[in-house]
Design a binder for this molecule. Structure first.
Ligand code: SF4
Length: 245
């Protein structure tokens, strides 16, 4: 087939490709590559992804699930967001909840060839490179939000953003603020909290009408009972019922 007749890539694919090749945060790029070079003993025979991690899921999603950043030996190893951070860890906890809610076809997220598909949901992180101690710098978050805006612009049916944790919550409020949507008083993050963008809904980002908070499914939260499957089920059931066709 001649190049003239080749099918152009979906805009979302082009955005994902741009994310993967990003080098804007020298500190994070250096850290991710070093983690991939040294490796964890359990994964010493694997080739780490060690590059920025794009979002993953259904291009027709009405729900965007927004995490913090790739785990050093999870998504920074596998190359897929919330994937491979250990059996029973955050990726599995999240995917089991998404499966119960009808957004995911399987209950785990261990590697990129596991057959996981998402329906009506897209998962991304506020920061696409694994940060040391899971703590990105404010300027790194601000810089990386450009990628989130670009991805969201390619998800035409989005209605709801689910922020897994305060950094993701504040990150999405910044995305809104870039579009001139500043809600006062500032909505505070909490599990089950909801922030509504006032109409009119005009730009790609503003198609998202509401922001929903959920505690991050980190081991620290799930092992202590701060986050339970029932808590996730309640929020996901409510937001699913609120989606428009
Ligand atoms: S954190 Fe984001 S902006 Fe910074 S290098 Fe990684 S992909 Fe690029």
């Amino acid at each position: 087939m001649s190049a003239r007749h080749a099918t152009p890539p979906h805009p979302l694919s082009a955005v994902q490709t741009a994310i993967i090749s990003c080098n804007r945060c020298a500190r994070l790029r250096t850290y991710c590559r070093e983690v991939g070079r040294v490796k964890k003993a359990a994964y010493r025979d694997e080739d780490y992804w060690a590059r920025p991690v794009p979002g993953f899921g259904d291009p027709q999603a009405r729900v965007l699930i927004l995490g913090l950043a790739p785990a050093a030996h999870g998504a920074n190893r596998t190359g897929r967001v919330f994937t491979g951070d250990g059996a029973g860890a955050s990726g599995d906890f999240l995917m089991a909840a998404l499966n119960r809610a009808g957004f995911a076809n399987i209950t785990t997220s261990q590697h990129v060839d596991d057959g996981l598909t998402l329906t009506d949901a897209y998962i991304a992180a506020a920061v696409r490179c694994a940060p040391p101690d899971n703590k990105p710098l404010p300027e790194e978050i601000d810089t990386c939000l450009d990628h989130l805006v670009a991805e969201v612009a390619c998800l035409p049916r989005l209605q709801i953003v689910v922020a897994l944790g305060k950094i993701a919550w504040d990150g999405w409020l910044k995305v809104w603020a870039r579009q001139g949507v500043v809600i006062r008083p500032k909505p505070q993050f909490a599990h089950g909290a909801v922030a509504w963008a006032p109409p009119p809904v005009q730009s790609a980002e503003l198609r998202v009408e509401s922001l929903v908070g959920m505690y991050h499914p980190s081991r620290q939260n799930t092992n202590t009972g701060t986050v339970t499957p029932g808590m996730y089920d309640t929020v996901l059931r409510t937001l699913k019922d609120s989606l428009r066709s």
